[in-house]
Design a protein around this ligand. Structure first.
Ligand SMILES: [Zn+2]
Ligand SMILES: [Zn+2]
Length: 292
C-alpha cells in the first residue's frame, strides 16, 4: 500500500530526532509514495513571545535557506525513489501576519504547500503559552478547559479569515484534546467547530487528518470521527499527516484512517504541487498504485 505523508519534522526544529535525509530513507523503506517536509517555520520574527521557549520550537530565520536547499537537493538525489514536497508548518499569531510575510513572501515560490496551525494561546493576563506543550498544561486549569477550546477555535477562525495569512491545509484540527482534557460544554465547543468548518469550506482549504493523537493521551486522530463526518458532509478535502518527530513515526496508523475515510464515504485525498491542489483516488492507495 502506497501512501502520502504530508506532515513531518526533523531535528532542525530542536524537538524532533533524525535528519531530513533520515526521514526520506525511512519513507522509502516504508514504501511511502510522497513525503511532505513541513518543519516548523521560525518564531524569532515575533514580538512579545519572551515567555515561550521558541528556540525549542523551530529553526531560526537564518536557517530557512539551509532547510529549503537541503530539501531541494534531497528531492533531486532521491527522485527515482520518492516524491518529496517542500512545505512549512506555520503558526498563526494574531496581529503579526505582516511581520511573518516579510520573511515568507520571498520563499513562497519554492513551496509546494503551507500547513496553517494554531499552537499559541493566551493566559488571562494576555501572555502567550504553548497549548500543546505539556509544560504549560496548568493553563487548562487556570483558564478552564472550555476557555482553552473556545479560544483555540476562535483563533483558528481568525486565521482562516485572515486573507494575508497564506495557507493550504489546516493542521491537527481539534488538538486541544491532546491531553485528554474534556470540555464541560460539548455543545458550546461543537458550535465553534461548526463555525470553523464553514469558514474552511468558504476559503476552500484542505484539512489534514493528523495521526499524532494516537501517540498522545487522547489516543485518536485529529480531528475526531464525529468532526470527520461533518467535513464529509461539507465536502471539505482531506489528506494525511503523521506529524512525525522521529523517522519511525512516518505514516503512523494511516491504514486505520484510510479505512475510516472509506467508511465515511471519502473517495479522494488531496495532494499539492507548487501550491496547486489535485486529487488522488483513495482506492488507489489500497491497490498500491497512485500514479496520476
Ligand atoms: Zn513539532
Ligand atoms: Zn503542529
Amino acid at each position: 500500500m502506497k501512501l502520502q505523508d504530508w506532515h513531518t519534522h526533523n531535528k532542525m526544529c530542536h524537538h524532533a530526532i533524525g535528519s531530513l535525509e533520515d526521514y526520506i530513507i525511512k519513507a522509502i523503506e516504508l514504501n511511502i509514495d510522497t513525503i511532505g517536509t513541513s518543519d516548523h517555520f521560525p518564531y524569532d520574527y515575533l514580538i512579545g513571545i519572551e515567555g515561550l521557549p521558541v528556540h525549542e520550537y523551530a529553526m531560526l530565520l537564518e536557517e530557512i535557506e539551509i532547510y529549503l536547499s537541503n530539501v531541494e537537493s534531497l528531492r533531486e538525489k532521491y527522485k527515482n525513489g520518492i516524491n518529496i514536497k517542500l512545505g512549512f508548518e506555520i503558526d498563526y499569531i494574531e496581529g503579526q501576519v505582516d511581520r511573518l510575510n516579510v520573511h515568507l513572501n520571498d520563499i513562497k515560490p519554492r513551496l509546494d504547500y503551507i500547513l496553517g496551525s494554531v499552537h499559541v494561546l493566551y493566559t488571562k493576563e494576555g501572555i502567550p503559552w504553548g497549548m500543546d506543550d505539556s509544560r504549560f498544561s496548568e493553563q487548562y486549569n487556570s483558564l478552564g478547559t472550555d476557555k482553552v477550546y473556545t479560544q483555540y477555535y476562535q483563533l483558528m477562525q481568525k486565521m482562516i479569515k485572515s486573507i494575508d495569512f497564506d495557507l493550504d491545509i489546516v493542521s491537527h484540527f481539534d488538538i486541544p484534546k491532546k491531553f485528554n482534557k474534556v470540555p464541560t460544554s460539548i455543545n458550546l465547543i461543537m458550535n465553534e467547530v461548526d463555525k470553523t468548518l464553514e469558514l474552511i469550506k468558504k476559503r476552500d482549504l484542505t484539512i489534514e487528518i493528523n495521526t499524532a493523537g494516537f501517540r498522545k493521551e487522547i489516543k485518536e486522530q485529529y480531528p475526531s470521527f464525529e468532526i470527520l463526518k461533518k467535513m464529509y458532509e461539507l465536502d471539505i478535502p482531506v489528506l494525511l499527516g503523521s506529524d512525525a518527530h522521529a523517522p519511525n513515526e512516518l505514516a503512523f496508523e494511516f491504514k486505520k484512517i484510510i479505512n475510516q475515510l472509506r467508511n465515511i464515504g471519502y473517495a479522494q485525498l488531496a495532494s499539492f504541487d507548487k501550491r496547486k491542489r489535485y486529487f488522488i483516488e483513495v482506492n488507489n492507495f489500497i491497490n498500491g498504485n497512485i500514479d496520476q
